[in-house]
Design a protein around this ligand. Structure first.
Ligand code: GLV
Ligand code: MN
Ligand code: MN
Length: 405
């Protein structure tokens, strides 16, 4: 499975992945998912929001156990963020079938669409629509960097954007969702554990800062006559770093658009996107509030206009304690060890769904902690341990009695 996915959407220069929602590379990943489902004689379906599902047993029976993740990527992303959870889901099913497991609850494997939000700016579009926290109207207004709207992109990929909307009946049939994911930090490496269980996701969001000045000639315009939006933008980047450090939070300007984007022109517009995350809501509000007021001061000093728009926000997620403890118990029974329980600053579909159904996450050790980069890595032994852990968890949750001796 891993070998089949490896070349899909991989850039030859960076070695990273560009599997953006509803593009050809995403389509190849989705075709792969469908093949995996059919090769295992699972019932395959695509829901109204374009999420893919593979079922063992009839989900209408209710109280289903679902696992999976996403196959899309950030720009020049790594191989593991997302795909590890989907590959491990199919591999865990194979492992359970090999153990002769007898399922008493329906088992689902899911690939959520557009988790990273790399193309349309909003993360977890598939799960937000399903949970009803993103309305179809809001989704229809999402537009990519080339001016293509989400509905047009979905149509071009062969999906019906008019079908988008909440899916409470589907969620009501799910008793537990467990997402396996590569760890995006070094907690497991430092503790010497292969596998961890998630406790919480820190609150996070994305804000767009539009600095508007005046385009002019880079060679002939006196410095004193310029209204250059790059200057307050640059000062704002430094302010974000300073405020985040003060609050023990993180703040990143990782994406920027410049108009007219000419080497010999003073820009008319600098648009920068701030991603900020903190341990609690209060710290996050204070960091973003301080960055915004600093940006307003800098903009005014340079005669530049500023608009700040919050494009997305995800409040703190505390994963279901009962399910989390059940995972730790199942994994602890198997290994005789205490499984570490970790918080994370990364967003996940499991976090979005946690408002509607019991959800949990398993993390697989990442020896460098690097993620959202081609250097993202997990060792094969640790990935295999992840599959076994996921199989144990699914067996504990969805099977009558452990088939193993
Ligand atoms: C998704 O991986 C995010 O945390 O932004
Ligand atoms: Mn990611
Ligand atoms: Mn992910």
């Amino acid at each position: 499975m891993w070998a089949e996915l490896l070349p899909v959407g991989r850039g030859s220069a960076s070695g990273g992945y560009r599997r953006y929602a509803w593009t050809a590379a995403d389509g190849e990943c989705r075709a792969w998912f469908e093949e995996q489902a059919k090769a295992r004689a699972l019932d395959y379906e695509v829901d109204r929001n374009g999420n893919q599902w593979a079922w063992l047993g009839d989900p209408a029976a209710g109280d289903a156990v679902v696992t999976g993740s996403h196959l899309d990527s950030v720009p020049d992303g790594g191989a593991f963020d997302g795909p590890l959870g989907v590959v491990s889901a199919f591999a865990a099913l194979d492992e359970l079938r090999g153990r002769g497991a007898r399922f008493t609850r329906p088992l689902g494997i899911v690939n959520f669409g557009d988790e990273e939000g790399a193309r349309f700016g909003l993360a977890c579009v598939g799960s937000r629509l399903t949970a009803g926290t993103l309305t179809p109207d809001q989704a229809h207004r999402l537009t990519d960097g080339d001016g293509v709207t989400l509905p047009r992109a979905m149509e071009a990929a062969g999906y019906d954007p008019d079908a988008l909307g909440p899916d409470p009946e589907r969620l009501a049939r799910i008793g537990a969702f467990v997402e396996l994911h590569v760890e995006q930090g070094r907690a497991l490496d430092l503790s010497g554990d292969r596998i961890g269980v998630a406790s919480a996701i820190r609150p996070h969001g994305r804000w767009r800062f539009d600095f508007r000045g005046e385009a002019n000639h880079a060679g002939t315009t006196r410095l004193a006559d310029r209204r250059d939006p790059m200057l307050p933008y640059a000062e704002t980047v430094l302010a974000a770093r300073r405020e985040a450090a003060l609050a023990g939070a993180v703040a990143t300007f990782g994406k920027i658009a410049v108009e007219p984007n000419g080497v010999n022109a003073v820009p008319s517009l600098v648009r920068g996107w701030l991603d900020s995350r903190a341990v609690d809501q209060e710290s996050l509000d204070s960091v973003v509030g301080a960055v915004e007021s600093a940006a307003r001061e800098y903009a005014a000093a340079h005669g530049v206009d500023l608009d700040v728009v919050r494009e997305s926000f995800t409040p703190v997620v505390e994963f279901d304690h009962v399910l989390r403890d059940e995972l730790a118990r199942i994994l602890g029974t198997d290994t005789g060890l205490t499984v570490p329980v970790l918080g994370t600053g990364a967003g996940h579909d499991a976090g979005i769904l946690s408002g509607s159904i019991p959800t949990a996450m398993l993390f697989v050790r990442n020896p460098t902690g690097v993620s959202h980069s081609p250097a993202e890595f997990a060792a094969e032994d640790d990935c295999v341990a992840g599959v076994r852990a996921l199989a144990d968890v699914l067996e504990g949750l969805a099977c009558k009695e452990p088939a193993r001796g």
